[in-house]
Design a protein around this ligand. Sequence first.
Ligand code: ADP
Ligand code: MG
Length: 686
Amino acid sequence: MSTLGAPIESLEGIGETRATVFHGVGVHTLGGLLDYFPRDYQFESSELAIRDLTSGPIQTARGEVTAVNYAPTRPRPRFEATIDDGTGKCGLVWFHGAYLRTKIHPGLMLRAKGKVRLYHNMPQMTNPKWEEVAADTATIDQSQFRAIYPASGKLTSEIIGKIIQQNLKQGIDAIQEWFEPEMLKKRSLLSRSEAYRLIHQPPDLRQAMRARRRLIYDELMLMQLGLGISKRMRDGRLTAPVLRVDKLLDERIGRRFPFVMTDQQRNAVYDIIKDVQSGRPMNRLLQGDVGSGKTAVAVYAMLMAVANRMQAAILAPTEVLAEQHYLTLGNLLRDSSVSIELITSRTRKRDKGAVLRNLAEGKAHLAVGTQAMIQEKIEFANLGLVVVDEQHKLGVRQRAVLKGKGLSPHYLVMTATPIPRTLALSYFADFDVSTIEGLPPGRHPIETRWMRQKEGDRAYAFIRQQVALGRQAYIVLPQIDDDGLEESRSVLRQFEALAKGPLKGLRLSMLHGQMSTEQKQETMGAFRDRQVDVLIATTVIEVGIDVPNATVILIDHADAFGLSQLHQLRGRVGRGGERSYCLLLADPPNPQAQSRLNAMTRTGDGFKIAEMDLQLRGPGHFFGTQQHGLPEFKLADITSEMELLQQAKDDAMEILSKDPKLERHPALKRALAEQLGGDVMLAQIG
Ligand code: ADP
Ligand code: MG
């Protein structure tokens, strides 16, 4: 076993108890210990002669204990000691220090560190930190710049620092360089071992930052290599069905839509056509603001697959959306021979067998489903295309499940949350991107207004007016039920209150996640058919729902929602030619919520909103941290490392093109293998 793989128990300074704490924070080996990085740095002043102690900052001195005293005065009993180093005497005082009576006694040599005050010209430290020292314990003879580690359990930053110090040399000697010297020079990077030494024991902040930069670069490099390898694999080895479109088929598909595609949509379709006739699996991200018409593009691609005698599947993040896709496709394909199956977690057991058989035997051409669909292993006779709608709600990993044997299907991902550049370079680095800018013609901007909770009645009156004009409305609430705890925040309560009060006489209906598939389907159907005027719902309608006759959305307790979420919800209206409105009900909330609400009233641009949301909440919220399927970083902050990220990407591509199996980069290859674990990707590069 290499030195870096040495178990933590075997290291100097670590007994069973400490080993357990380290295991608890994921440190199992010497290598893991070196990767336990400081969270900050601090100056520690030199050790001074007692004569030189001055009133003020934290200082350190040592001396022999010449006297001790315990004063059990109330309310603050104190333990006092005096130390002498030959240059002078220093008083030490610990309040509530009774426990020190058995520890500190005359004759003991100790080193104390604390804030100093002068009393009658004698320095005194209050509640100093202290440790026993021997006569030959080296003095801290330089101002020291010290690493601060994330403490854990009984392991303080100081103990961790000491353990790392004891084991650092051994560890560093075993660290191997990943890159050739020219590359280090080109990017002004420290060597790997130097970086490890300096991140733990830097002489100053500048050196610490150089060390960090190198190690961040390494993290980004591993990620880029992983992505690069999977892209090369797809490009090089995987073959995908060749799908062809001629003018006739293009027109036939076009006629299925009740509108003419915009140029932006056509461009996205061209991108897709180019990809799917290459014989290699498409991996394309389609982004565009809410309501920009992404579904039509996806449906085009699916019909193209079917026309080429392949099956296609579309995955949605919610059942409601899956059901809507099912309906949309059903309508578009009325009077055709294409057969569609819907699979959600609530597909009835006895139906399911038949559904699965139809897909496995190729009798069904299109499959519409939720994540439930990919969690189970579903067999397709000849799957040619997978569409994932609203990717920001789904994980990257999940795609693997639907790939599999034989030809790899083409893969199209749609997101209404635009991907900021840094994320496009990282999490989505192995996607090609098509963007639909703007909205279909004839749309008015959605008028957005923020009103106080007590202005609710005005909002309801406005909804009544719109309904009188033949339009429909959504009312969104943060909760389904509130068990009587809070007034008016829940769908169940508001439904009753509104039916008896402000919206009396209108046709109201509810939609939330606790309803059965049948109930939900029925409700959405009734709303679509205009048998319901106002739909009172939770965020189940957040993504994708498309009812162009709905012109108002009232978001009650809007401060309870995130910015991207509010924008998505707003996107439920303004989908037809009529003027549409978004009413936000909220009392002046905390500053964060206030900036969200202000952003909503100020801009309707989803790209701007996404940038703002990224700043407000960080990338974790963007995808749900656990879901992106890529390694977590210890040091790198993916939102701010634009430059290093770009460099790491360029370098990774260069390395892979010159040394595709990383034969000339053995240390790098090992690190990558370790990070990816038993991942298939690596098995493939051999
Ligand atoms: P997204 O999924 O991007 O939010 P959708 O695909 O649901 O948007 O489209 C929004 C609405 O615009 C739908 O009602 C759709 O029928 C309509 N639409 C899409 N493309 C066009 C177009 N080219 N012309 C007119 N209406 C369109
Ligand atoms: Mg959509």
